[in-house]
Design a protein around this ligand. Sequence first.
Ligand SMILES: [Zn+2]
Length: 255
Amino acid sequence: MIARWLRWFGAHSAPAPIPDEAWRGLLTSSKLFTRLDDGGRERLRALAARFLARKRFSAAGGHVLDDAQRLAIAALASLTVLHLDERWLDGWREVIVYPGEFRVKREHHDEASGVVTEGDDELIGEAWERGPLILSWADVATDLAQPFDGFNVVVHEVAHKLDMLEGAADGVPRLPPRIARREWIAAMQAAYDALCRAVDRGRNTLIDPYAAESTDEFFAVVSELHFSDPALLRRAAPEVAALLSRYYDGESAAA
Ligand SMILES: [Zn+2]
């Protein structure tokens, strides 16, 4: 195991740069990338090359995976760490891509009754602690074509990955020194509680009610909004919007 690991890192110490043509193709594929300034684009290019060198992509469910798709997924994942530590995307290797929604078997263990129920779930993305990142290409493609509609499956799943760097997912990801843990918890918990109350009362909420499932889903969903509909996030939860700007964009002062 250790020998394989060392060989992997040795072989990938200097990631191959992304060819100009492939990079231009990516930039024209989505406004998510063209809105970055020159410095941001160059850094994203280096991060995406690093991601491609360190991850093993595989197709599932009959999907045909090509280099442009690999690059798009690498760039979307790398957007999250543009102003964080790129090593925060390490610790796992597999990216599995399905053509569309995929079905997984779920086991639910009811603590009270002791009953284990098995069921099927339709998913568009899934992230395992130290395990694979699993994606529906159809949904990634929609995110590229409609980047500001409030959804981004790669950002959502990578947010779970950042969350799981600190043990089980709980909505508190690894934080940069510019953000204090207690400050993070205070802002997120208040907004999460407010969303849960609104959902319980059957109100329409700006934030997808799915975010009320748990604090880790809340973090993943507001991360999607940060990248894909920040104006809505500022209206729905201004403190969370300011916190995520400092987290993902590196802005040092609270807005
Ligand atoms: Zn999730």
